[in-house]
Write a protein that binds this ligand. Structure first.
Ligand SMILES: Cc1cc2nc3c(=O)[nH]c(=O)nc-3n(C[C@H](O)[C@H](O)[C@H](O)COP(=O)(O)OP(=O)(O)OC[C@H]3O[C@@H](n4cnc5c(N)ncnc54)[C@H](O)[C@@H]3O)c2cc1C
Length: 465
């Protein structure tokens, strides 16, 4: 029987289903916060509380963060922005570019601060997060009701609904079909550097280039030239009176057509990401001379000296896209007495450059909450009948659309021509037939299959790394 059309087994709805979220990333925390007002949830995170999150910036758009902040009703929703903006330490609002509208709802937030804000929201709602609980196994409970979850620290828990929000490793999923989840590597030579300054030094030297914004982009004039991106994040110091500024930069271009390209290393091992070919330094300095007009060249020269580059922490990034097939998701959800659903990066991961991963994770949490609530109210049966969650909520169609958009955004950032429909299918890994979803109730706010980007959203996407 085709797995996408079979009837899913009944999940025990009585007494009240036990709901466990794996992973306290943005997806898991946002979902827990949304449910916690009147549904009991457990949340398990592999790391301890002090080590969650990263200091990098994520560009959040209003479609994603405003509904979340509103749903949490913690003070007014501006408090979310004030608590998480990359430049909050200098009373900034996370404005993306210096010429972005100050009224734009799109802003740059620090990943770690977003997580901490959500954690605080859960604490206020009385939800305990089970830190240092790394999920290691899931099996049917011995009484046949629900699943038994095992953790590395030997703890056990039981659940009827398991939400895998565990990021790239999708820890609750059965990876028996590795070909279904193998990421596609996209052809770019991409390098990402980080350096830190004392805040005063940074602002004196570079503050005027950024103005009120936090990102400066140098788009290539034509395909083949590099895309350069500079981003600043203000980080608290040990004492409240001092803070530092982290400058993050990106240098990215397609591989050289000649094939002789020391910067393009698709076959390097993960541990070799830190091994930086010396040709990178010369190429960056040479590109600044060659491709940019006087004014822009002057800005870039200030940021990139040979000495700075040699001292930077640089990584060679592989830009990957991973979207498993719909069958893969459905076969994982189909368990005799419990249900597993993936959201956020556990379900899909898109290239980091021009990423909307965090925004999509927030959308996933919103859709999951909506469907779970209607299931619990007896209004909907999506978790146990066909079409299942991924189809009924149009999640999968949205993800497929996002995967295609991610490829196009990357091409746009590199001034490359956009791909045709056929070429896109090849890049995403497979073509998904939208007819599979015919007759399925639409979940998008405006009923469209792929949410249209408003002009503000387009600006947001451009601000994303
Ligand atoms: C440098 C950079 C810049 C980015 N910029 C943007 C941007 O501008 N805009 C945007 O929208 N997105 C951006 N992204 C992508 C975005 O950060 C991710 O898509 C998003 O954070 C994914 O959230 P998540 O909750 O799904 O997964 P994660 O953040 O990976 O969280 C998963 C959590 O699960 C935990 N976990 C893993 N395994 C287990 C286990 N076995 N048991 C228990 N817990 C487990 C992990 O410790 C982690 O805390 C960027 C990413 C990077 C790296």
């Amino acid at each position: 029987m085709n797995q996408t059309t079979q009837t899913l087994p009944k999940v025990a709805p009585e007494p009240i289903p036990r709901i466990s979220i794996i992973g306290a990333g943005i997806a898991g925390l946002a979902l827990a916060c949304r449910l916690a007002s009147n549904i009991r949830v457990s949340i398990f995170e592999a790391r301890d509380q002090t080590s969650i999150g990263h200091s990098y910036a994520i560009t959040l758009d209003k479609r994603s963060w405003k509904p979340l902040a509103r749903a949490l009703r913690r003070q007014n929703h501006q408090s979310f922005r004030q608590a998480t903006a990359v430049d909050r330490l200098i009373k900034g609002t996370g404005q993306v570019h210096r010429d972005s509208s100050p009224k734009s709802a799109t802003f740059q937030a620090v990943d770690r601060d977003v997580r901490q804000w959500l954690v605080q929201g859960l604490i206020e709602k009385g939800v305990q997060i089970h830190w240092s609980h790394k999920l290691t196994g899931i099996k049917e409970a011995s009484n046949g009701r629900g699943a038994e979850l095992s953790f590395e620290n030997n703890a056990k828990a039981e659940a009827d609904f398991i939400i895998d929000a565990g990021g790239l490793q999708s820890p609750a999923f059965d990876h028996a079909k590795p070909s279904a989840i193998k990421p596609k590597l996209l052809p770019y030579a991409t390098y990402y550097g980080t350096r830190q300054y004392a805040a005063n030094t940074f602002m004196d030297r570079f503050g005027h280039w950024f103005g009120e914004g936090n990102v400066i982009e140098f788009a290539p004039a034509k395909a083949g030239e590099p895309f350069i991106y500079l981003q600043k994040v203000h980080l608290p110091g040990k004492q409240s009176s001092d803070h530092s500024v982290e400058l993050r930069w990106l240098y990215s271009r397609p591989p050289r057509a000649s094939g002789n390209d020391p910067l393009y290393r698709p076959n390097r091992a993960p541990e070799e990401a830190k091994d930086i070919p010396p040709e990178l330094y010369t190429e960056i300095l040479q590109s600044i001379k060659q491709y940019y007009s006087e004014g822009r060249r002057d800005i870039l020269r200030q940021f990139f000296t040979l000495q700075d580059l040699q001292n930077d922490r640089i990584l060679n990034w592989h830009l990957r896209l991973r979207l498993p097939t719909l069958d893969y998701f459905v076969s994982n959800a189909t368990k005799p007495s419990y249900n597993i659903t993936a959201i956020g990066d556990a379900a899909h991961s898109f290239p980091v450059v021009r990423s909307r991963g965090a925004n999509i994770a927030l959308d996933d949490a919103r859709q999951y909450e909506r469907l779970l609530r209607s299931y619990l109210l007896g209004e909907d049966d999506v978790f146990r009948t066909d079409p299942n969650f991924y189809k009924a909520s149009e999640m999968y169609a949205t993800w497929y659309g996002q995967a295609r958009d991610a490829v196009q955004r990357l091409r746009e950032a590199h001034s490359q021509d956009l791909l045709s429909e056929d070429e896109l299918g090849g890049t995403v890994g497979f073509s998904f037939n939208m007819d599979t979803l015919k007759g399925v109730r639409l979940a998008g706010e405006n009923g469209s299959t792929f949410p249209e980007l408003s002009s503000e959203s387009e600006e947001e996407v451009k601000g994303s790394l």
